[in-house]
Ligand binder design. Structure first.
Ligand SMILES: C[S@@+](CC[C@H](N)C(=O)[O-])C[C@H]1O[C@@H](n2cnc3c(N)ncnc32)[C@H](O)[C@@H]1O
Length: 442
């Protein structure tokens, strides 16, 4: 006999006290029946009316939006963006919180993940418990920083540019994204009609005038003639293979960081905040303290940001091996680092390439994995290489905390941890953990 479908609670409203923040841009509350609610657009300590957006009776938890604030937190501000709010654009999670409060919320999430997944207190992780703005970032209260140098616009059925609603394929049409960098806004993407396009990504490079648009057409659609307010190069994503092809202009942009120019092709990975790459290189190098002659690894190396910084510092007697899975990123990394004889870039997945190299010993390691983290097997391998220090750059505090637990099992402890707000207004946060052998100094 088939079980009765459970009754949807979508649209139900509950008056609730908002509890602590949770990972993902929401806070925790409970209904009077004890059911857990993940509430967006709320702040800890508030009393709100929460309207359910996902979930049914008896579910482990419900998702909800705060649609009315009965008792407001002192950290609340009026949402500056006209497209943010319940049911609207899903890009920003914390528009309704003061900038300092946003960073405290992110710090609470990191602390909770470290404790929950790695059993570490902030003191044990060598962390002062704060999330710092990117180097040189000053955001006066009440203003929205224009930091996003890469924006992926979704397109409505009638061709208007917009951004996706939270956990939805629906598009919120917009005429201006407040967090988009000036170089992106100047292109005027939102003013144009993009008939037949699924998405339009805009890139404004840092430290060069390179501007790029990457079009993803709907199946069978013809490419539009791209006429924007500024000259751009245009790429197109093949809807079947996912491959990226040049339409006109250069297939890459040039990004400046750490005193070097980096070619980044085909919309490959580059940090989105204009000061992120420099902030992270500084934090990694201050933590690793490379010496002349060191042998170093840069894992998940992208176009070679950390490999270049390491190569400069380990000198001609040292050596750097970068590993990256993206074919185009590897070509770019080899191009970007061509001046260094002792830098090698291997293409493939870290988990398969690293064992094949036969390397048994290194002095330093940087790893900057994607959101999922490195995982137990790779961490075990890294911990066996005897590195003096390891820098773990993480865009997800949950994956970081889990991997730090594996490093502990492999005999490493966290020496210092720093956290940076490289994604203001969103729930995302970047961490740099520096590890060393647990036997050192204990
Ligand atoms: C967070 S980005 C870091 C890139 C670079 N460190 C930087 O800061 O510009 C992660 C990179 O890892 C690559 N990648 C993802 N999974 C991988 C894997 N299993 N092995 C090697 N590289 C991988 C992605 O293509 C991406 O370039």
């Amino acid at each position: 006999m088939q079980a009765e479908p459970r009754k949807s609670l979508v649209g139900e409203e509950y008056e609730v006290e908002i509890g602590p923040v949770a990972h993902g841009g929401h806070c925790i509350a409970r209904t009077s029946e004890g059911q857990v609610l993940f509430v967006r657009h709320a702040l800890p300590g508030e009393r709100v009316v929460a309207r359910v957006t996902e979930g049914e009776e008896g579910a482990r938890f419900l998702r909800a939006d705060a649609v009315q604030v009965l008792d407001a937190s002192k950290d609340r501000i009026d949402v500056p963006c006209p497209f943010a709010g319940p049911g609207r654009c899903g890009g920003c999670d914390w528009q309704h919180a003061k900038p300092g409060a946003q960073r405290r919320l992110k710090a609470d999430v990191i602390a909770e993940q470290l404790q929950h997944l790695a059993g570490l207190t902030p003191e044990e992780a060598g962390w002062d418990g704060t999330v710092m703005p990117a180097e040189g970032d000053k955001v006066p209260a009440g203003q929205v920083p224009s930091w996003r140098t890469r924006v992926q616009y979704a397109v409505t059925a009638d061709g208007r540019a917009g951004l996706r609603r939270h956990r939805s394929h629906e598009v919120e049409p917009i005429d201006h994204c407040m967090i988009a960098a000036e170089g992106v806004s100047e292109l005027g993407i939102e003013k144009r009609v993009w008939t037949g396009m699924d998405s339009v990504e805009a890139i404004a490079a840092t430290g060069s005038q390179d501007r790029q648009v990457i079009l993803t057409p709907k199946p069978g659609a013809r490419l539009p003639l791209v006429e924007l307010d500024r000259p751009v190069s245009v790429l197109r994503v093949d809807e079947r293979s996912g491959g990226v092809h040049r339409v006109h202009g250069r297939p890459f942009v040039r990004e400046r960081a750490d005193g070097r120019t980096h070619r980044v092709g085909n919309g490959g990975f580059w940090q989105v905040h204009p000061r992120a790459a420099d902030t992270l290189v500084t934090a990694v190098m201050q933590g690793l303290l490379p010496r002349k002659g060191d042998m170093a690894l840069d894992l998940y190396c992208g176009v070679g940001l950390f490999a270049g910084a390491l190569a400069d510092r380990v000198g001609e007697q040292g050596a750097v091996l970068g590993i990256e899975s993206g074919k185009r990123a590897v070509e770019d990394a080899r191009h970007n680092l061509a001046e260094f004889d002792r830098v090698r870039i291997e293409q493939g997945k870290v988990e398969s390439v690293l064992p094949r190299t036969g390397i048994t010993e290194v002095d330093l390691i940087v790893l900057d994995p994607p959101r999922a983290g490195a995982g137990r097997k790779t961490v075990e391998h890294l911990a066996s290489l005897g590195a003096r220090r390891i820098a773990y750059v993480a865009c997800d505090p949950a994956a970081l905390a889990r991997d730090l637990g594996y490093f502990r099992d492999g005999g490493y402890r966290v020496r210092t941890l720093r956290a940076f707000d490289l994604f203001p207004m969103t729930h995302h946060v970047e961490c740099v953990a520096i590890l060393e052998p647990a036997t050192k100094g204990s």
